[in-house]
Design a protein around this ligand. Structure first.
Ligand SMILES: Nc1ncnc2c1ncn2[C@@H]1O[C@H](COP(=O)(O)OP(=O)(O)OP(=O)(O)O)[C@@H](O)[C@H]1O
Ligand SMILES: [Mg+2]
Length: 291
């Protein structure tokens, strides 16, 4: 596996892949890999002739009081895991090369970023949309792979690619979960053993939403109340948001129907976690590992 740091070198390598007419899969990440990341790499490896994994803790998507400085990092471990998945190139640029002092351009996806994480983390999706735009331009991939754990992010990226006429296929892959249902996340690393146990309440809230749906409930308020109750019943967990939204526009559902997405964000003390489920489309049983 080749490791490239400079955007210029990455671009030259990508140009060479293009010249040889090789399909290229891009997996954008912030590193500290878990099975969620590896599932994206495996799918890219199966689909494409060349695979690039980018590893960049993007300062532009962190708010002032957030965890940029203490975000978990382990370059050697990540490098070895990516190499073991058969990744061809790891692109790990420095922030100073992605955002030089002269930097002045940002990408704003409107409306889709107004609610949910966009409302709670002002500027977050502007940072995500900007870095993904840069990565797509540097790597010029045939396909780019994202996880459904970050549901709003995936919708924002799909819309940005459509709106800005990027010639890339966006693939959104299932959520990889721990045995108790907790969605894998690099930020799970922040949890103490006790918080880690308590964190399963997000999944239980989503399982409850699927139960309500299966029982014929269509009033969004009932879903919000029940999901909130499940999370609140597990102190110190605190709900940041719990909603049922339209799958494309992310606006609150009027009457809940199949394909709507139940989304939750909750704090375990300082750590903020997110999760979601597509109502009527997946079974959240105890021993399900990916859904
Ligand atoms: N549990 C998961 N299952 C599937 N994909 C995932 C999972 N967790 C993250 N991903 C995807 O991996 C890609 C890289 O995400 P990132 O490096 O931010 O990891 P992360 O676990 O989301 O970290 P954090 O929660 O700290 O943001 C994103 O497309 C994200 O949606
Ligand atoms: Mg993430």
């Amino acid at each position: 596996m080749e490791i490239l740091k400079s955007p210029r070198d990455m671009r030259a390598t990508a140009e060479e892949f293009r010249r040889q007419d090789l399909s290229l899969g891009l997996v954008p990440t912030m590193g500290y890999f878990h099975e969620g990341h590896l599932s994206l790499m495996r799918r890219a490896r199966a689909d494409c002739q060349r695979v690039v994994v980018s590893l960049f803790v993007n300062p532009a998507q962190f708010g002032p009081g957030e965890d940029l400085g203490r975000y978990p990092r382990d370059f050697e471990r990540d490098r070895d895991l990516a190499a073991a998945e058969g990744v061809d190139v790891m692109f790990a640029p420095d922030a100073a090369d992605m955002y030089p002092e002269s930097y002045a351009t940002y990408v704003d996806v409107e409306r889709l970023t107004a609610g949910l994480c966009g409302a709670r983390r002002p500027g977050h999706f502007r940072g995500v949309a900007t870095v993904v735009t840069k990565l797509l331009n540097i790597c010029r991939p045939t396909a780019a792979y994202f996880g459904r754990k970050d549901y709003q992010q995936a919708q924002v990226i799909k819309r940005l690619v459509a709106d800005l006429n990027f010639d890339v296929k966006i693939e959104v892959l299932p959520i990889v979960r721990e045995a108790d249902g907790l969605a894998m996340s690099s930020r799970n690393q922040y949890l103490t053993a006790e918080e880690r146990r308590q964190a399963a309440c997000l999944f239980r809230a989503l399982a409850r939403a699927q139960e309500l749906y299966a029982a014929g409930e269509t009033r969004p308020g009932r879903f919000v109340d029940e999901m909130t109750a499940v999370i609140t019943a597990q102190p110190p967990a605190r709900v940041d948001y719990a909603e049922v939204v339209d799958a494309e526009e992310l606006t609150p559902a009027g009457t809940v129907e199949a394909g709507n997405v139940a989304v939750v964000a909750a704090f375990l003390n300082q750590t903020r976690l997110i999760d979601n489920t597509i109502l009527g489309k997946e079974y959240l049983g105890a021993e399900v590992n990916t859904c």
